[in-house]
Design a protein around this ligand. Structure first.
Ligand code: ZN
Length: 245
C-alpha cells in the first residue's frame, strides 16, 4: 500500500520510453519512504543517462534529491528551452573519450569508425564489462537495451531508438552534434585503430598486382596493419558519407 504520490511530467523524447497510456501526460507516481528522484525516474522506465535537467516545484535539482508527497516534477532531455533559472547540471560535460557499443551493434561501430569516430566494440563484452569500461574511460554507451543505461556506473549513454544501423548512425550524429566532425580515413573500420599514410614501397610486397599497378596512395592501421587505398570501396563509402551529410 502506497501512502504518497508525486506528479511527473516527461518532456520531448523522454516520452519514447513511456507506454501509449503515459505519453505526453502527467504521471501520478506512488511511493513510500523518501526515494531519490533518480530512482523514481528509472522506476517509471527512463534511464538516468537520457535525463538532462530535473525541476521539482520550479527548482532545478540533482539526481540525489528526495521526492516528497505532492511534488510536481518536470524532467527534460537535452534541450534549450527550459523556463527555469539556475539550471543545475546533472553531470560533467562529455569529454572526447568516444563511444562504447553494446554487443550486436557491430554495424553501427563500423559506420562510426568510417566517419572517423572512436567506437570501441567487442561482441564478447557483457553488460558489466561495458559499464566498467565506460566508467573507467568516460566513454558514451550506445545501446538498444534501456536496462543497461540504468547501471549506476554509466554516466553517459544513449538509447538507440531504431534497430537499423543506417538510422542509428543518423541518431548518434544528431544527438552528439557530430555532423561537422566527420573525417573519413582516420579510423580503421575493422579494429578502431588509427590509420596513417604509408609509403607504397614499404608495403609493396603485400599488395595484389592490380592494386600495385593502379594505386599510389596507401594508408595503414597502426593496430592491426590493415591496408587501405582509394579503390572502388572508397568511392562507395564517400557516396554514403555524402548522402549522410
Ligand atoms: Zn585496424
Amino acid at each position: 500500500m502506497y501512502f504518497f504520490g508525486a506528479y511527473f511530467t516527461f518532456h520531448k523524447e523522454l516520452n519514447d520510453f513511456l507506454s501509449k497510456y503515459q505519453k505526453d501526460k502527467t504521471i501520478f507516481y506512488k511511493f513510500n519512504g523518501k526515494p531519490s528522484v533518480k530512482d523514481s525516474i528509472e522506476a517509471i522506465g527512463i534511464p538516468h543517462t537520457e535525463v538532462e535537467h530535473i525541476i521539482v516545484n520550479g527548482i532545478s535539482v540533482e539526481f540525489s534529491c528526495h521526492i516528497k508527497n505532492r511534488d510536481e516534477i518536470n524532467v527534460y532531455p537535452l534541450c534549450s528551452d527550459i523556463k527555469c533559472t539556475n539550471l543545475i547540471k546533472l553531470r560533467e560535460e562529455i569529454g572526447d573519450a568516444g563511444f562504447i557499443l553494446d554487443v550486436n551493434l557491430g554495424k553501427l561501430a563500423r559506420l562510426l569508425r568510417m566517419c572517423g569516430f572512436d567506437a570501441l566494440y567487442n561482441n564478447s563484452y557483457d553488460d558489466h564489462q561495458i559499464a566498467q569500461l565506460a566508467a573507467d574511460s568516460g566513454r558514451i554507451v550506445l545501446t538498444r537495451d534501456r536496462r543497461l543505461l540504468k547501471f549506476k556506473d554509466i554516466t553517459y549513454g544513449y538509447w538507440l531508438r531504431s534497430d537499423d544501423p543506417h538510422r542509428q548512425i543518423k541518431e548518434v550524429l544528431k544527438r552528439y552534434g557530430l555532423y561537422g566532425s566527420i573525417n573519413e580515413f582516420k579510423r580503421c573500420i575493422r579494429c578502431n585503430g588509427f590509420i596513417q599514410r604509408v609509403d607504397k614501397n614499404a608495403i609493396i610486397d603485400i599488395l595484389e598486382p592490380l592494386t600495385e599497378k593502379y594505386y599510389n596512395e596507401f594508408y595503414r592501421c597502426d593496430t592491426c596493419e590493415q591496408i587501405y587505398w582509394k579503390g572502388s570501396h572508397y568511392y562507395k563509402m564517400k557516396d554514403y558519407l555524402d548522402a549522410l551529410m
